[in-house]
Design a protein around this ligand. Structure first.
Ligand SMILES: [Zn+2]
Length: 138
């Protein structure tokens, strides 16, 4: 049976091209791995490993001990050049969503503190806001 995913991983993301394009003696060693001369030290034998992750991030590692920052600085790039742009939604709720929940929660709390009752819809929304904010009962 043939594996449809057996083909080589698609490479050539913007991050990867940017990095590889600035390195010397780049040699592909696997579908998602490259070796190159480290630009941050006097490297005669390629000792820099470059790897592309499935999500487009690029990992670089100098076996001689240079930090990733040093390597990136040596080729005129920044750490953020190793990460693809913000294409994916961020983890967790946005700041605006949290403020909105806090607003609902406060209104509900104020109402209850005044000794007034929330109607069923408001109470459910209040409970939901409390849950989302992680406020404990009691
Ligand atoms: Zn190095």
């Amino acid at each position: 049976m043939k594996n449809k995913n057996g083909a080589l991983a698609p490479t050539g993301s913007a991050c990867l091209e940017k990095v590889l394009g600035r390195l010397d003696k780049v040699k592909q060693t696997a579908a998602d791995k490259w070796k190159a001369c480290c630009p941050a030290h006097d490297d005669k034998d390629p000792s820099l490993s470059v790897r592309e992750l499935p999500d487009g991030r690029v990992l670089i590692h100098c076996w001689a001990g240079c930090s990733t920052q040093d390597v990136m600085a040596a080729i005129g790039l920044e750490m953020r050049d190793l990460f693809p742009g913000d294409k994916k939604p961020r983890q967790g709720p946005s700041r605006a969503a949290i403020l909105h929940e806090q607003f609902i929660y406060r209104i509900g709390l104020d109402t209850l503190r005044r000794g007034e009752k929330l109607n069923e819809t408001d109470r459910q929304r209040f409970e939901l806001a409390r849950e989302r904010l992680g406020v404990r009962h009691g």
